[in-house]
Design a protein around this ligand. Structure first.
Ligand SMILES: Cc1cc2nc3c(=O)[nH]c(=O)nc-3n(C[C@H](O)[C@H](O)[C@H](O)COP(=O)(O)O)c2cc1C
Length: 375
């Protein structure tokens, strides 16, 4: 049997294969972050499609930690009923689901956050017009507690694991990066200090869920930005996390300010453009004792299978291919090894904002005219 489809484990959790749906904002929640029936059905369908582990879209742990419309929120007990239905749907479909916890820090605007955005330091990032406000020590403590409370809710409501969003320029990444963290207190300075916020979030989450509940992280292996969180710093952070007991590290790269080396690269139309974070993931794998996953541009069966068999990656994660084909894992398992149909055109993102939820716009437009399938 292909190594991709071996049953395997992540912490105490058993998974039916080595394929993960990387966290994907679906744009299907109410404005306050409450999941809708559409989101619940979407996740049930994903589970039926055969993926081993679904990682939810990024869920904000405090109201000001929100970035975009339709984003999931997990800052209140009020959403218990909806989340319980969501996790039950995934389990009925034979799958498992982790929730991705986020605070987006300075990568938002006052209208969405309901206040001036908060960040480690008052450093404006390219894509946002406002300069964020520097977090006080009390503000940091509040956010750390919110991560713990969110993780506890997730466990109580049937999630199988939690993933910290430590990548893509959001708050944890902002603390790790010397570009956005200019603090002179214990949270700033050298990487040995910039890691403190992340370690405190991890400890709080661990205390909230206990030793046996899987807690893992999505981490940039490199911000791909001059002066940003570097590969060497990522290796240091990954090793520390492994030493303190993290159950897995999913390696991504880039932030909104990384140009064509961002997290969601376009036009992955040749095998050599695939697996664009695999090298970074392998370097991390060499210094840690926990499972490592990688995400970014996996499209062909052969590239994915090689990454787990020859390169010994523990898991392969996909986002866009599963927006187009929710049943891609079952298709491959059934012997149809044709590459994922995703064109990496990123039109799914716009649909999520404007049309109340992501879907594959290119697939919908496929009316027999080749000209429409441009990616
Ligand atoms: C519509 C959409 C939503 C995304 N939402 C998230 C998210 O909530 N959290 C996250 O860590 N990454 C998010 N990503 C990034 C993906 O998880 C992934 O890292 C990236 O798309 C590269 O993988 P792929 O080539 O398989 O799509 C999103 C990507 C897309 C296209």
């Amino acid at each position: 049997m292909a190594r991709l489809f071996e049953e395997t484990s992540l912490g105490t959790m058993t998974l039916r294969n080595r394929l993960m749906r990387s966290a994907t904002w679906e744009g299907m929640c109410a404005e306050d972050g409450r999941p809708t029936a559409k989101l619940i059905d979407y996740n049930t369908e994903l589970a039926k499609g055969g993926v081993g582990l679904i990682i939810s879209g990024y869920a904000f742990v405090r109201p000001e930690g929100k970035q975009v419309p339709g984003q999931m929120g997990i800052y209140t007990d009020d959403f218990e009923e909806e989340y319980k239905k969501l996790t039950a749907g995934v389990h009925a479909g034979g799958g498992k689901i982790a929730i991705q916890l986020v605070h987006v820090g300075g990568q938002t605007d006052s209208k969405t956050a309901g206040r001036i955005p908060l960040a480690p330091s008052p450093v404006k990032v390219d894509q946002y017009a406002e300069t964020p406000e520097e977090l006080t020590k009390e503000g940091i403590d509040d956010i750390i507690s919110a991560f713990g409370e969110a993780a506890k809710r997730a466990k109580d409501w049937g999630f199988d694991a939690v993933q910290l969003h430590g990548a893509h320029g959001y708050l944890i990444n902002q603390f790790l990066s010397g570009l956005t963290n200019r603090r002179s207190d214990e949270y700033g300075g050298r990487i040995e200090s910039r890691i403190l916020f992340l370690l405190e979030v991890y400890q709080k989450v661990r205390e909230a869920v206990g030793a046996r509940f899987p807690v893992f992280i999505k981490l940039n292996g490199d911000d791909n930005q001059e002066g940003g969180f570097s590969k060497e710093e990522a290796l240091f952070v990954a090793k520390r996390l492994s030493d303190v007991g993290i159950d897995g590290i999913e390696v991504s790269s880039g932030t909104g300010g990384s140009g064509d080396k961002g997290p969601i690269r376009e036009k992955i139309n040749a095998p050599e453009k695939e697996a664009y974070n695999l090298e970074l993931a392998l370097e991390i794998k060499a210094v840690v004792n926990c499972p490592v996953m990688t995400v970014g541009g996996f499209r062909s069966y052969e590239v994915a299978e090689k990454a787990v068999s020859l390169a010994a990656m523990d898991f392969i994660a996909f986002s866009r291919p599963l927006i187009r084909e929710q049943d891609l894992p079952n298709r491959w398992l059934g012997g149809d090894h044709a590459a994922a149909e995703c064109l990496s055109c990123n039109k799914c993102l716009g649909a999520g904002i404007k049309e109340g939820g992501i879907y594959c716009v290119s697939k919908k437009n496929r009316t027999g005219s080749k000209a429409l399938i441009t990616g």
